[in-house]
Design a protein around this ligand. Structure first.
Ligand code: NG1
Ligand code: MG
Length: 509
């Protein structure tokens, strides 16, 4: 695998999205040129769904669709304020003052407004700057900004428009305040943005930000979260006669996590965390206070189990064969330990050996959730099996030697199809529209079809040899999109084929 570059690129060559338009739009709105433009792409996850917040590795790639922020830094003698304009007419103009005396940006998560996502990026950049340059930013407001946002990543669509936007904003705020000679590393930008959406009530993991920030042209990424965050670029294998393409097809079913979190996304984070702690209680283990709820993850359980019962001198370090062995054993434990009927709060607290009050306080309050029972068996089974599929997929991508192309397509496609079944049957994050698109695609030349991103709508991804791309596209057009209300979207807006693209960058004007 090739070595990643470390700083966010300034003025890269070969970025396809022209930014001349963004400059011209900015000048038309604000009457002057911007100082710079930041750009951060959306991503498609090839495999590894809903496991980033369990600290298991994932295989996404950054795509050509991106969000751009054109920015002018206001002179220091003006009251520092932020003016926001967006090319998308659904997002009307906004204006607010920067907090004074170094106070932190305030976000009201109860109100659903696009400027909240801007503020998420602004806040994490402010925290970063205060930490990096305490003398300058501890008691000073950030510089005032005029901002124009333009993007072509679907919103609410599983391609991480939200992460792309937040990463572009955070990079812009750092560039505006630390100056053009300061370079922020990709690892730092990923780390600070990974938790930014928590401020709007989404308890997400760090996959999207890692992909958006660390993308490399023509490379997909192997993203690890432990022992530390690392994104390693790799190329798709060279096949003899075919070229590997990933088709992205949008269901056009919009899933907004900030609104539906209590019954889907945030609830899943709770279920997998409770599962980790129940397994730990059963095997008398202490978990590290890490993860999205600060109570350990299924990965922490795996490490603690191997340390105590298998004499492992170290936590799993990412080695593929070790991982396959350990995850296979985890799947056995899930079968032996967890029951398929859901757990009530009473049952789960008893099994974890804590009071219902403590359970409620620890698991059910920081991000509110609603449920009848917690599906611990199903969720843990999905997570361990999906983490295992990621390792098998990585092995195929990086170590596979194939006697013919079909061998690669069959093997990788099977892993994607198994991922989809597991998302549908065990993680309950598919929906009828996703299932239908996957069926049509498979019947017309896709080797592997699955949801990508959180699911419950949004986008799907399909492994297709180049020679079959048109067949899959026209089948989806006739059998799926022809029957749907497209709300003004054209076919080219909902079916995409993208090369892996460069991650976050600054374009100086
Ligand atoms: P989407 O739905 O694409 O935003 C979400 C999470 C990821 C990851 C995936 C599921 C956010 C910002 N991102 O992606 O961290 O958990 O779901 O694999 O919510
Ligand atoms: Mg999102």
């Amino acid at each position: 695998m090739s070595v990643p570059t470390f700083d966010c690129t300034t003025n890269p060559t070969g970025i396809k999205t022209a930014y001349a338009d963004v400059r011209a739009d900015f000048a038309a709105i604000y009457g002057q040129d911007p100082d710079f433009v930041t750009r951060s792409p959306g991503r498609v996850n090839l495999i590894g769904e809903h496991i980033d917040y369990c600290d298991f590795s994932v295989l996404p790639m950054a795509i050509e669709m991106a969000v751009m922020c054109a920015v002018r830094v206001l002179p220091a003698n003006k009251t520092p304020s932020v003016a926001l304009a967006n090319a998308d007419p659904r997002f009307s103009r906004r204006q607010f003052e920067m907090p004074r005396d170094g106070a932190e940006v305030v976000i009201d998560a109860a109100v659903s407004d696009w400027s909240n996502y801007f503020k998420c990026g602004l806040l994490v950049a402010q925290q970063y700057l205060k930490n990096k340059f305490p003398a300058k930013f501890r008691a000073q407001p950030l510089a005032g900004l005029e901002v124009y946002v333009k993007g072509n990543v679907f919103t609410g669509g599983g391609l991480s428009s939200s992460a792309a936007f937040i990463c572009a904003v955070a990079l812009a705020v750092i560039r505006a305040n630390a100056g053009r000679n300061f370079q922020v590393s990709k690892q730092e930008l990923t780390q600070i943005t990974a938790r930014a959406e928590h401020y709007v009530g989404v308890n997400n993991g760090g996959m999207d930000q890692a992909a958006s920030v660390c993308g490399e042209t023509d490379h997909a990424l192997y993203v690890e979260f432990k022992p530390e965050l690392k994104a390693t670029p790799f190329r798709f294998p060279e096949l003899r006669n075919s070229e590997i393409q990933f088709i992205i097809a949008n269901t056009t079913v919009v899933s907004n996590k900030a609104e539906t979190g209590p019954v889907n996304y945030n609830l899943r984070v709770v279920e997998v965390t409770v599962a980790a702690n129940l397994l730990a209680a059963r095997y008398d283990l202490e978990l590290q206070p890490t993860g999205n709820l600060g109570k350990g993850t299924l990965r922490d359980f795996m490490d603690a189990y191997f340390a105590r019962y298998r004499g492992a001198s170290q936590p799993w370090d990412g080695d593929i064969e070790q991982g396959i062995m350990r995850l296979t054993e985890m799947l056995k434990l899930v079968e032996e330990t967890l029951t398929q009927e859901g757990y009530t709060v009473q049952q789960a607290s008893e099994a974890i050996r804590c009071s219902v009050e403590d359970f409620t306080q620890i698991y059910l309050t920081s991000f509110p959730v609603r449920f009848q029972t917690l599906k611990l068996y199903q969720r843990a089974r999905h997570v361990f099996s999906e983490a295992l599929r990621v390792l098998k997929a990585l092995k195929l991508m990086t170590q596979g030697s194939f006697s013919n192309d079909a061998q690669f397509f069959d093997a990788f496609g099977q892993l994607m199809n198994e991922s989809q079944s597991s998302c549908r049957d065990f993680y309950d994050c598919s929906c009828p529209e996703i299932d239908e698109i996957c069926r049509i695609a498979r019947e017309n030349g896709s080797y592997g079809s699955r949801l990508t991103g959180a699911g419950w709508g949004g986008c799907t991804v399909h492994l297709v040899p180049r020679s079959k791309v048109d067949d899959v596209r026209s089948a989806l057009a006739q059998q799926y999109y022809a029957n749907r209300d497209m709300r003004g979207l054209k076919l080219d807006d909902v079916i995409l084929v993208s090369r892996p693209e460069l991650g976050s960058c600054v374009l100086e004007v």
